[in-house]
Design a protein around this ligand. Structure first.
Ligand code: DPP
Ligand code: ZN
Length: 757
């Protein structure tokens, strides 16, 4: 197929109003009959109607009840074209045969572990029947399914179940009707031997919604956590934007072999590992992933389903916004800072290297995580209530429509009368902007200046870049560690009144939009330490002239926890790089005492959240360090990282042992913030201790392994023991293997990363 460009978008010549589908599911072949009510966009004008279709066998074709003759249509391997369809509203009936048994593309309708299921995003529906397979065709669907009753007792599709009954020959049927218009990529069908866990939740307006999680019978006990998330999720997600679930039934299906998850209208489908969990087989990380995935797919009901994408170049319209919404949802359930740290780490590990390589592409068409950062920047610029106003206007204008990233931008701008200058560049310009910041303090004038210089590196196809609109969240810390109030500044020579965005402290949002610009803050009584890009307010790479002393000061004092963590990471990176250079010159390695004390004081600070402490005392990964080197030296980086870990472990041995002991619990596993924070801290302490070859530590880790009531703690103990060669290690590894070798939910990635070490 030839490449498609955004600029070539054309409105469809025909709209589909209603679609009636009938599936006769069979072992050899499945028959799909569709009856579509078609409206020409411009009544009276003739243009061919081109339908997409791949791997389909056309059985019959009728227009307004009359069979079409051969010269009225053409079929090739990708399309069915009606050369001169009626010029007024008409019905089109198509019968096709599909072979689900040989469909191994994981698109369209296919068999998976004995069940029928569908995946239609982005262009899978064309493998089910001939259709205008594009998201701007939004129609109401009714779906009848017929199948063998004993093989496929459960038959599901979108919307409400309006009829069901038995048929001759051991077959049965159901009819599902979805009252909401939708694009065909949100169509879904599932048929198989599944059982459900049932519950309900009540919407904001007091309507009761039935919740069902479907899975193979043996998996049902492991759906309790997902159901809990589902029950809590809708309430939380709804209240934030005043939205409400719009049907009386919400189905989730969890099946093995499914690729990820899919937000089909009222029938979300997930790979089992994004739904099933039990304390013995899932870690806290897995539990959090399930929370995020359930929240994400549910959130799509409004951001993606009710308002969808005009074309696939707009993918980040729904994905960026929905990733942002699930991030916010998970933040509200746990620690906001820690969630932000994890999301930013993901962005840096996965997105930034891609941005810098031959695969660099802009947020549009398909960057999920950077798309979420763009949505977050709207919120940073507009504040919570301004962002809400923008969302309200977006839904008011576009409910039931297929729209573009510009429409979202316009809603945010218009609802707030905002000046967003060149903000739209975030969607089209690829690459990670580099922001250089330099500072000067003028003691006589009591002014403090920050100069920003930005550069967006060239990427394939985009050699020359424009400067971007970068919201910089800023605090200026005085020597007492508190923020100095910021009232006004000269911005490129003009006096600007800078107002805080209402967040705690005095966080100010600077609008950095030019290649080079300067802000000079007035009435600053002493040289401050700047906390720049608080909460990581824009997805850029920043270099600043902060000294080590400044960074230690931020690490100890910044009211923005994200930047406290960031300061610690920058210090750790600097330390690691300087030790790498010592290592390369065969110098003996010595640990900086200031760094040791920094770690010690964070570890001992009982005012801090435990999960935050665990993040803050985790050293940057080897990959992250190599990413910043001209020539990567894996051996040096590994040796240096191991050296620091071991030094910290031996210097802080007693503190780490106390941390392990004081964070034990014999209570049954709970996935709540308090407990997962406790486990995170205990496990990092154990990981440090595991670097010491010490009998007492082996005993301690073995004790943790044996008494663990959950995989999170047991696995951490296993990893600690794995670092200490000997009989105990071999026995424990064999024990773990024997216990879990047959359970696919013990995540293969955990095991693989473990075996590679
Ligand atoms: N649209 C899907 C999702 O959001 C992509 N697999 O999860
Ligand atoms: Zn999504």
């Amino acid at each position: 197929p030839k490449e498609i460009f955004l600029k070539d978008y054309k409105q469809p010549d025909y709209f589909f109003d209603n679609v009636y589908l009938k599936f006769t599911l069979g072992e050899e072949k499945t028959i799909v009959s569709s009856k579509i009510v078609v409206s020409p966009r411009l009544e009276g004008s003739i243009s061919p109607l081109v339908l997409d279709g791949v791997d389909l066998k056309l059985i019959s074709l009728h227009v307004n009840g009359k069979e079409l003759k051969n010269d009225d249509f053409r079929v090739d391997s990708r399309h069915l074209t009606l050369t001169s369809p009626p010029i007024e509203k008409f019905t089109l009936e198509i019968v096709t045969e599909i072979c689900t048994q040989t469909n191994t593309s994981l698109e369209g309708l296919y068999k998976s572990s004995g069940n029928f299921c569908t995946e239609c995003e982005a262009e899978g529906f064309r493998k089910i029947t001939f259709y205008q397979d594009r998201p701007d065709i939004m129609a109401k669907y009714t779906c009848r399914i017929e199948a063998d009753k004993s093989l496929y007792p459960v038959l599901l599709s979108n919307g409400n179940l309006i009829e069901q009954g038995d048929l001759e020959g051991g077959k049965h049927y159901v009819i599902w009707e979805d009252p909401h218009v939708k694009p065909c990529y949100l169509f879904a069908l599932v048929a198989g031997q599944l059982e459900s866990r049932d519950d309900t939740f009540v919407t904001r307006s007091g309507r009761k919604v039935a919740l069902r999680i479907w899975a193979p019978a043996q998996d049902l006990p492991k759906t309790a956590h997902a159901m809990q998330n589902l029950k809590n999720g809708p309430v939380t997600l709804d209240t934030v934007f005043g939205l409400e679930y719009d049907l009386d039934l919400f189905n989730i299906v969890a099946i093995p072999d499914y690729l990820g998850a899919m937000e089909n209208k009222s029938l979300n489908i997930f790979n089992s590992n994004l739904v099933l969990a039990s304390p013995e087989t899932a870690t806290d990380v897995d539990y959090a992933a399930i929370l995020g995935a359930i929240g994400h797919e549910y959130a799509h009901n409004w951001t993606g389903n009710r308002v969808t994408c005009r074309d696939w170049f707009q993918l980040s319209l729904k994905e960026g916004l929905t990733v942002f919404r699930d991030q916010e949802f998970s933040s509200d359930m746990g620690s906001r800072t820690v969630k932000r740290i994890s999301d930013v780490s993901k962005l840096r590990i996965y997105q930034f290297p891609q941005d810098a390589g031959p695969m660099a592409h802009s947020v549009r068409p398909h960057s999920y995580i950077k798309g979420a950062e763009v949505v977050r920047m709207y919120k940073t610029l507009l504040g919570t209530s301004g962002f809400r106003k923008g969302m309200d206007l977006y839904f008011k204008r576009h409910d039931g429509q297929a729209v573009t990233c510009e429409d979202f931008f316009a809603a945010m701008r218009d609802a707030n009368g905002a000046d967003f200058s060149n903000f739209l560049l975030w969607y089209s310009q690829a690459g990670t902007p580099r922001l250089k910041v330099t500072s000067t303090y003028n003691a006589e004038a009591k002014t403090y200046s920050l100069k920003f210089k930005q550069e967006v590196p060239a990427t394939p196809g985009q050699p020359v870049k424009e400067p971007m609109f970068i919201p910089v969240a800023l605090g200026l810390l005085g020597s007492n560690g508190n923020d100095i109030p910021i009232n006004s500044a000269y911005h490129d020579g003009k006096l600007e009144i800078i107002t805080s965005n209402g967040q705690p402290g005095h966080t100010t949002i600077l609008r950095v939009t030019k290649k080079e610009e300067e802000f000079v803050f007035n009435d600053i009584p002493e040289r401050p330490v700047p906390s720049i890009l608080r909460g990581y307010s824009a997805p850029v790479r920043m270099d600043s002239d902060l000294t080590d002393a400044d960074l230690y000061f931020l690490l100890a004092n910044d009211c923005d926890e994200f930047n406290r963590w960031e300061a610690g990471q920058i210090l750790a990176r600097k330390l690691m790089l300087s030790l790498v250079s010592d290592f390369q010159q065969n110098k003996s390695l010595v640990l900086n005492q200031k760094f040791l004390h920094g770690v010690k004081s964070i570890l001992g600070d009982s005012s801090l959240d435990k999960e935050f402490i665990a993040k803050a005392i985790t050293l940057p990964g080897e990959g992250e360090i190599m990413d910043t080197m001209e020539v990567a030296d894996p051996d040096a980086v590994h040796s240096v990282r191991s050296f620091i870990l071991k030094q910290l472990a031996s210097e802080l041995k007693q503190e780490f042992i106390n941390t392990v002991k004081s964070n034990r619990s014999s209570e049954p596993y709970e996935f709540d913030h308090q407990n997962l924070a406790r486990r995170a801290l205990k496990n990092i302490a154990l990981a440090y201790l595991g670097t010491l070859e010490d009998e007492a530590i082996t005993e301690l880790a073995l004790h943790e392994y044996r008494t663990a009531t959950n995989l999170t703690e047991q696995f951490a103990a296993l990893v600690a023991l794995d670092q200490i060669p000997g009989k105990i290690r071999d026995e424990v590894l064999a024990d773990f293997y024997d216990k879990w070798q047959h359970d696919f939910l013990i995540r293969s990635d955990d095991i693989i990363s473990y075996h590679i070490k």
